[in-house]
Design a protein around this ligand. Structure first.
Ligand SMILES: [Zn+2]
Length: 297
């Protein structure tokens, strides 16, 4: 009798174990920006908690997290890095090497190197410069797919039993990213000569992938440019007669108005380094693509 009770108790424990194990097996993943968080969460589904702990109002490329926040990275199972010299703080903080994944290392040889550019500041991080390696790798959606693939592989190494799930989710994400890629290619086809101005030097990979004719200024969406900056734009437009400026965020109404006076219209192509207030990576990128359609129609 006693034996039977013990057996039943053991069975009960065994039956409840899979649930418990699934909870405990949940991967803890930290990323250095929102695109990587989005990719990782899509691939992991319910099998990971994916955290990007950035404050949301600072560019994650130049952000310096506090010690309490870096502790979260140090304790996670996977630390997803963007590579391309993004988030330089990762070189200054010691983190377990075996958990770090440089998602763009596979195309390191194709990084774009920016040679000139003034130092400037945005946000509370102080001054920075865009000289060095261009880092907005994911705006070339074929590169975004490569980064997502690296993330999927890293998860499979950590949880081999979930390989099929991760693969299935990756394939769905890949289809979405390639969908954006195809849309942009068809929008710009035969019109890649069209001169455009971009508000900040973050569109290098985007420009290369889709063969666009871009010139960059160093403006901020939420700041009205100085007179010197307007004069400089006028000079640029003489040689590069753009009728559109592409902004990384919603531009200040005064900037939009003054540009319109110069026959330059504004659209937003948001790189979404931070989580959007509404929607997700995919819906923001789809909106970007729709905006681009107005430029090339
Ligand atoms: Zn900048």
């Amino acid at each position: 009798m006693l034996a039977r009770i013990i057996l039943r108790a053991t069975l009960c424990t065994m039956l409840s174990t899979p649930m418990l194990a699934a909870e405990q097996d949940k991967l803890s993943i930290y990323t250095v920006n929102y695109p990587l968080q989005y990719f990782a969460q899509r691939i992991a589904g319910a099998h990971a908690d994916v955290t990007f702990p950035g404050p949301g109002d600072e560019d994650p490329a130049f952000w310096q997290p506090l010690v309490e926040i870096t502790a979260g990275y140090q304790q996670s199972d996977l630390i997803l890095l963007n590579g391309a010299n993004y988030a330089k703080w990762v070189n200054r903080v010691s983190m377990p090497r075996r958990n770090q994944v440089d998602t763009s290392a596979a195309f390191r040889d194709h990084y774009i190197h920016v040679k000139t550019g003034a130092t400037h500041s945005h946000g509370p991080d102080g001054e920075h410069s865009h000289v060095g390696t261009a880092f907005t790798t994911w705006l070339d959606f074929s590169q975004a797919v490569e980064q997502a693939q690296v993330i999927a592989n890293a998860m499979m190494r950590k949880r081999p039993a979930l390989e099929e799930v991760f693969l299935r989710n990756f394939i769905a994400l890949e289809a979405d990213l390639l969908g954006l890629d195809k849309q942009i290619e068809s929008i710009v086809t035969n019109k890649t000569d069209l001169p455009l101005v971009v508000s900040h030097p973050i569109y290098q990979y985007f420009q290369r992938r889709y063969g666009l004719n871009l010139q960059s200024v160093m403006w901020e969406p939420d700041e009205v440019p100085s007179e010197a900056q307007w004069v400089s734009l006028e000079r640029t437009l003489k040689e590069h007669p753009a009728s559109w400026m592409i902004w990384e965020g919603e531009p200040h109404p005064q900037s939009v108005k003054r540009l319109r006076g110069m026959d330059v219209e504004s659209i937003v192509f948001n790189p979404a380094g931070n989580p959007p207030e509404q929607g997700d990576f995919l819906s923001v990128m789809q909106q970007n693509v729709n905006n681009l359609q107005r430029v090339f129609k």
